[in-house]
Design a protein around this ligand. Structure first.
Ligand SMILES: Cc1cc2nc3c(=O)[nH]c(=O)nc-3n(C[C@H](O)[C@H](O)[C@H](O)COP(=O)(O)OP(=O)(O)OC[C@H]3O[C@@H](n4cnc5c(N)ncnc54)[C@H](O)[C@@H]3O)c2cc1C
Ligand code: SF4
Ligand code: SF4
Length: 758
């Protein structure tokens, strides 16, 4: 019975994972084990040039440490594991800076490139970035490139032990590392792990996959003549292999998708050429069921029918996986790993909540009344236990800590006059210091957090990347928070009334003057700020609310899509600032997109309750359902869906849970924007040129889980008719190839490239 919810939770938390998972890395590629660095393919460098860049940067970082060099001749200053582009450049850079360096390599030097098919040209993308470090790279055949690299290793006297793979790395009490290979034990002050991904090809997991005629790499395409060959896969490696093999053989390419969305434009052109000339046959929507000695079985048409295919050789080229077992055996954490014990986290979390309720005197048990101090101690001790476990690496404890923190802060904000929360009576009064309610201090806290983390995010995306768009975006978010969601409602509104800046008539109108909180409606539009039209508002607010929701917002959407979410809104603002560090954990994949139906439900509820309340206020009908609707909406939407759950989930699903799944205003803007796109008047779209190298950085960093790379490879514009893009521009900023740009949808349409299915 428990398997259904358990499977649901597993799918939910797995939705944050990219296809290939990365280790958790801090600044300068340092893993959770201090002194152990991870670079190259393993750390997300998708091409040789970027792997070289990481190697060069990590060498400079390590050599810059005050204790980079040691005196003990038995201990290397640095051991680099893996002699690919990243590892070699790191080792050469560190040696150049005076460190004693050793490289350990499991196979041949630069084995991944050694394994490329004969004569393969190694592209030197991105062209706009010069190669960094001592290795040479300039679009050449693999043989030429390897010749140059061997020469550089010789000239620099770099010690590389080829054929000596590393089995384990252990950190010692004195801070050095023991590195064990099958032939020796080495010691080093620091270690760089640059073992790449290619040693771990992804497998289909079907019968016969271990037969000797089934391969997971293609070394020598010229070796095969006049044979029946099956290639399985839909990425660049599979397409390149199928096209090359088809020059001398009869090739069938089996792909589980309906079209090739993840291949370079050049490869797509070659593929279409090979299909057109009849040398290559593609079977779309097919999966391999098993390999026999002379035939293999494909399930085609979504599994409705089986196809027996004769073959002499099969190449399964479906990508590579991070060597998770190896990394975990070294103690390296992977992103989104659920470390720690759920029970050990749940107990202190529940105890902390119980303690908070006893502290507030709201448990309803008379025996517990008068024991506030005991509740306080239990809450504090349990909270500290959660902090301790979190610091020791338990992710379950982080979830408990995050929930207890968000719940406590938001519950305190509710304070007086609301039945569901613990802090009332003395609790509420104690928190209302300096004659201000706790809700004021909540706003102070919110603004301070947004400012501190906003400046950090501004540095990360704006100053570090020299991107003015991002600098202005963060200036805008922080300014809106300060001006419209803090200074005006908390101070300026009162002064505007007191000093009659709003005119004598309004200043003397008690309905207007007594409701400073309505100033939030200056920028928060219906249905996000639900209350503009309720509870005896001044006419000024009603008129402004209508203009904002049905005039200004649609015009903004026409020109900027849903940029309100990433430039203006305070809810989106907290997500873009505090939530920024976890943006790569946004749920991904088709299922996560389907979950977006939930914001239609919240929008529907907002519309119905608005209608009920207006009917109550104007026609004196539906009084009871209107009141009930308001209370439930406040509890579920305002408190749980805006305040507590999404912020609790920032470290697990990134910052945009509310904005993406529940915000009714985001849904309304989505409807407007999609309609403008369909009527071809929208000015908002993201376009891609043909330079995408499929590095996935854009997809990884999209906080609303859009598979940006998929659009980029197809050069299909991203709009709100096909995605819930909020125009934050992070995908544009992170792309190493300058593939993406904002622009107008209709004007770019001629650039759209679709590949033929035949
Ligand atoms: C078919 C194909 C074509 C490609 N074409 C291009 C291209 O044209 N241009 C481009 O820029 N990029 C291309 N790439 C991507 C490029 O190969 C990688 O981005 C790059 O090699 C990554 O470098 P790296 O140093 O991180 O890892 P790798 O180059 O994979 O090097 C890792 C090294 O570590 C070694 N190793 C693994 N485990 C251990 C261990 N336990 N102990 C010791 N050593 C170990 C491996 O043997 C290997 O030599 C291509 C990739 C593939 C698969
Ligand atoms: S697609 Fe790009 S601009 Fe749109 S939300 Fe994702 S990262 Fe931001
Ligand atoms: S569009 Fe995305 S996948 Fe393509 S190069 Fe740019 S960041 Fe990488």
């Amino acid at each position: 019975m428990l398997t259904v919810p358990a499977n649901f939770l597993r799918r939910l938390f797995d939705s944050s994972n990219m296809e290939t998972r990365r280790p958790v890395l801090g600044a300068s590629f340092e893993s959770n084990i201090s002194g152990l660095y991870v670079i190259g393919d393993l750390a997300g460098a998708p091409v040789v040039k970027l792997a070289m860049e990481q190697g060069s940067d990590v060498a400079a970082h390590i050599a810059g440490k005050p204790d980079a060099k040691g005196n003990d001749v038995n201990v290397y200053d640095l051991i680099v594991i893996g002699s690919g582009a990243a590892g070699l450049n790191a080792a050469l850079g560190a040696q150049d800076r005076g460190l004693r360096v050793l490289v350990l390599e499991k196979n041949k030097i630069a084995n991944t490139i050694e394994d490329f098919p004969e004569g393969k040209r190694v592209y030197a993308e991105p062209e706009t970035r010069p190669p960094k470090g001592k290795l040479w790279l300039d679009g050449a055949s693999k043989e030429d490139l390897l010749g140059r690299w061997h020469q550089i290793i010789r000239e620099n006297g770099l010690a590389v032990h080829a054929g000596e793979g590393v089995d384990t790395i252990r950190k010692q009490k004195d801070g050095t590392f023991d590195i064990q290979t099958p032939v020796a034990l080495y010691q080093a002050r620091r270690v760089v792990l640059a073992t790449g991904l290619r040693g771990n090809p992804r497998r289909l997991g079907v019968t016969g996959e271990d037969l000797e005629q089934v391969y997971h790499r293609l070394y020598s395409p010229k070796h095969y003549h006049d044979e029946d060959i099956l290639v399985v896969g839909g990425g660049n490696s599979a397409v390149e292999a199928a096209v090359t093999l088809s020059e001398q053989n009869r090739v069938t390419l089996s792909y589980r998708g309906g079209q090739f969305t993840r291949v370079f434009k050049d490869n797509r052109r070659r593929l279409e050429g090979a299909i057109g000339s009849g040398r290559l046959k593609v079977i779309y929507n097919s999966t391999v069921k098993g390999f026999g000695d002379a035939t293999c079985t494909l399930a085609v048409g979504g599994g409705e029918q089986d196809l027996e295919l004769p073959y002499h050789h099969a190449f399964v080229l479906i990508g590579a996986e991070a060597p998770e077992t190896f990394l975990r055996s070294l103690g390296i954490h992977l992103e989104n790993d659920w470390t720690g014990s759920p029970l050990a986290a749940a107990l202190p979390a529940l105890a902390a909540l119980a303690g908070i309720w006893v502290l507030g005197g709201k448990t309803g048990f008379t025996a517990l009344e008068g024991h506030a101090w005991a509740g306080g101690i239990v809450a504090l001790v349990s909270f500290m236990a959660l902090v301790f476990s979190t610091v020791r690496g338990s992710r379950f404890a982080l979830l408990g800590l995050s929930f207890v923190t968000c719940y406590s802060i938001y519950a305190a904000k509710q304070a007086e006059g609301f039945e569901y929360w613990p802090y009332r009576g003395w609790g509420a009064r104690a928190l209302a210091f300096w004659n201000r309610p706790w809700s004021f201090w909540y706003t102070v806290l919110y603004t301070a957090v947004m400012t501190v983390f906003g400046l950090q995010a501004m540095k990360r995306w704006g100053f570090d990347k020299r991107d003015r768009f991002q600098i202005w975006r963060y200036v805008s978010l922080i300014s809106f928070q300060w001006i419209f969601f803090f200074l005006i409602p908390e101070f300026l509104f009162r002064w505007a009334v007191e000093y009659q800046w709003v005119g004598a008539r309004l200043a003397h109108d008690p309905v207007f003057a007594g409701q400073a909180w309505r100033a939030y409606g200056l920028v928060y539009a219906w249905p996000l700020f639900f209350y503009t039209f309720f509870g005896n508002p001044s006419q000024v607010w009603v008129v402004w609310g209508l203009i904002l929701a049905f005039g200004i917002i649609p015009v903004l959407v026409l020109f900027h899509g849903k940029r309100y979410c990433s430039w203006i809104c305070g809810c989106g603002g907290l997500a873009e600032t505090l939530g920024d560090r976890w943006r790569h954990l946004a749920p991904k994949g088709k299922t996560s997109v389907r979950w977006e139906w939930m914001n239609s439900v919240v929008l529907g509820a907002a519309v119905v309750i608005t209608a009920l309340v207006l009917a109550r206020d104007f026609f004196h009908i539906f009084g009871k359902p209107a009141q009930m609707g308001l209370e439930y909406y406040h509890l579920f939407a305002d408190v749980w869906l805006v305040g507590i759950i999404p912020v609790t989930l920032y470290p697990f699903f990134g910052g945009k849970v509310w904005c993406r799944y529940w915000c009714p205003l985001a849904k309304l803007m989505q409807i407007f924007s999609a309609a403008f796109t369909r009527f071809r008047v929208s000015r908002f779209a993201i376009h891609a040129n043909e330079k995408c190298i499929a590095c996935m950085e854009c997809t990884r960093n999209c906080q609303v889980g859009i598979d940006v790379m998929n659009y980029a490879l197809k050069q299909e514009p991203i709009t709100n008719a096909n995605s819930s893009c909020i125009g934050c521009g992070i995908c544009v900023t992170v792309c190493p190839m300058d593939v993406l740009s904002f622009g107008r949808e209709a004007a770019q349409e001629s650039k759209l490239v679709q590949i033929s299915a035949g």
